[in-house]
Design a protein around this ligand. Sequence first.
Ligand code: PBG
Length: 327
Amino acid sequence: MPFPVTRMRRLRATPALRGLVRETTLDAGDLLLPIFVHEHEERLPIGAMPGVDRLSVADAVAEAKECERLGVAGLVLFGIPDAKDAEGSQAWADDGVVQRAIRAIKAEVPGVIVVADLCLCEYTDHGHCGILQTTAAGLTTVDNDASLPLLARTAVAQARAGADLVAPSDMMDGHVAAIRTALDQAGFPEMPVMSYSSKFASAFYGPFREAADSTPASGDRRGYQMDPGNGDEAVRESLIDVEEGADILMVKPALPYLDVIWRVKQASRVPVCAYNVSGEYAMVKAAAAAGFIDERAVVLETLTAIRRAGADIVITYHAKDAASWLL
Ligand code: PBG
C-alpha cells in the first residue's frame, strides 16, 4: 500500500525507533586487527597508514591487551623477518618472528584470537607468494605445486606456536587441501582454516606492501590473484575452498567488492570474513587528515556496510578506533 497509507518515515522518527528496526549492527567482537611484527625493538611508522606501526613482539603483546580491553575479537599477524630467502624459510622457522609473537601473545592474553596470516611473500627475497620457477619459454612464474608443501609446513609451525586460526592468503590452487591434510597429520585436526578465497589482484594493497616490505621484485600477482572483473569466479573458487576444508571464507578487498561478499555468502552459507585493506584505510585517513570527511562517521558507516553485504567478520586497521567508538 503506497503513500499515504505507508509512510516510511514513521520508523525513522527517533533514535530509539531507528535502533529498534536497524537490521545490521556493528560489534567489536566481529572485528580483527591486523598487525605487523618485526625483529626490532623500536616502532616503525608506516607512511601511508597513520596510526599503524611495525611492532616488536613485546609491543604486539601490548596491542593484544588493548584489543582485549576494547572487546576487539583478535589480531591477524603478519611477520617481517630480517632475513629473507628464495623459499621464505622464516615463514615456518620455529623461532620465526610470527611464531615468537604468537607464543608471547597466547601466553599473556589467551582470550584474544590470534589469526596467523599464511603466505610466503613477506618472507621471500623476491616478494612473491610462493617459490619461483622458470618455464621452458623463459618465463618466471610462481610454481603452484612446489609451493604447497612450504605453505603446509608454515601452517603446522603456526599451529605448534599456538595460533587459533591459520589464514592462507597465497592464492595457490589446492592450498586449503594441502594445509588441512598437513594440520591433520601433525595432530591439529581442530585447527580452523580461514581461506582468503576471493583475493583480488588489487591496487588497494599498496600501503600494505610498504608495511610488510613485500612488493614483488619483478612482475605482479595477477598470475595467481583474481581479476577484479570476476564475480562468478570468486564464487566458484570459494566453493572449491569449502570442499577442500575451509572453515571460513574471505573476500578481499572489502569496499570495492561488496557484491562479491554478498554472492559468496549466499552461495556458501559458511562464515564470511571481509578484509578492509590498507588502501581503503589510507584513503579514509588521508581524507580525514585533510578535513574532507568525518573519520568516525565514515568508518562506522563503512564497517556497517561491509557487514550488511554479508560479512560476519571484518578485518580492519580501524578495529581499535571503531571498538572505542562503540563502547
Ligand atoms: C599477503 C597479503 C597481502 C595482504 C594481506 N596478505 C598483500 C598482497 O597480496 O600483496 C594485503 C592486506 C592489505 O592491503 O591491507 N599475501
